[in-house]
Design a protein around this ligand. Structure first.
Ligand SMILES: [Zn+2]
Ligand SMILES: [Zn+2]
Length: 278
């Protein structure tokens, strides 16, 4: 299994000289399964570049698209994902129960004069909502995907991929509260993962001001990874104001905390265009 980050930023795109290393595009990941299938997670602004890459390869696009939730930073790249204007494209949508509503909303909505010149029904691609993950597992040619409810305003889903003996967990827009029962549920969900990609939007000193906003600080994220015996933790959903130098400093702080605990947990921050191999 390979994971490519097309967008790592939280809340709003943050292009510019201070975000060159970790990237300014919002959430989009490409998961290449060993069986050849492609699973895309979220349609933040990173999905635009992914669409251009598909076009340059002139591949027939046949993908699963899993949507964690429909906050705008996770869906507003969808109208700019060029393969949806091609009749040979097939997109099997799954994820949080409102995901199709969110994808349609960018095109068709009853508010004001609308936000986009094209209607959803004019898209040429075959886009089908398969709606499995809200009810159980999704099996893609031998790879099993399970979901967990996120602790996030208006809800959402996180995903766990199991392929042979490898496990990848993706939990973004998730507020960890180590005192709540949900924390132990997340420990179970992440147990033994080879890679955990988790929301770490805030520094520990920032979290009290942002309780209830649905994001985590890096200390709680680290606690989760340690308690769940994760092998590698990838910090994700970088705050829009976070500069590359800030993210590097946060990563080093996390690595120092790990050294103090004599743990072998590896830690890095998600970088746009980077690839992880499991
Ligand atoms: Zn978000
Ligand atoms: Zn959100």
């Amino acid at each position: 299994m390979k994971v490519k980050f097309w967008g790592t930023r939280g809340s709003i795109p943050a292009p510019g000289k201070d975000t060159i290393i970790y990237g300014g595009n919002t959430t989009c990941l490409e998961i290449n399964l060993d069986n050849g299938r492609k699973v895309i997670i979220d349609a933040g602004t990173g999905i635009r570049s992914l669409g251009r890459e598909f076009e340059s390869r002139e591949d027939h696009v046949d993908i699963h698209l899993l949507i964690t939730h429909i906050h705008w930073d996770h869906i507003f790249g969808f109208p700019f994902f060029s393969p949806i204007y091609n009749s040979s494209t097939r997109v099997l949508v799954d994820g949080y129960n409102s995901c199709m509503k969110g994808l349609r909303y960018s095109f068709d909505n009853k508010m004001g004069d609308g936000f986009f010149p094209v209607r959803f029904d004019e898209l040429k691609a075959d886009i089908e909502f398969i709606n499995k993950l809200s009810h159980g597992s999704l099996d893609i040619d031998g790879t099993t995907i399970d979901s967990a409810l996120l602790h996030h305003p208006q809800g959402g889903l996180g995903f766990r991929f199991r392929e042979d003996n490898k496990t990848l967990v993706f939990l973004t827009d998730n507020e960890l509260d180590t005192k709540e029962k949900s924390f132990s549920d997340f420990i179970i969900f992440c147990q033994g993962a080879d890679i955990l990609i988790h929301d770490s939007q805030y520094r520990p000193e920032e979290i009290s001001e942002h309780r209830g906003w649905g994001h985590s600080d890096y200390q709680s994220t680290l606690d989760l990874a340690l308690k769940a015996n994760v092998k590698k933790l990838v910090l994700f959903h970088h705050a829009p104001e976070r500069k590359d130098s800030d993210i590097m400093e946060i990563t080093v702080s996390c690595q120092n905390l790990i050294k103090e605990k004599n743990s072998h947990l590896e830690i890095e921050a998600a970088k746009e265009n980077s690839v992880l191999v499991l």
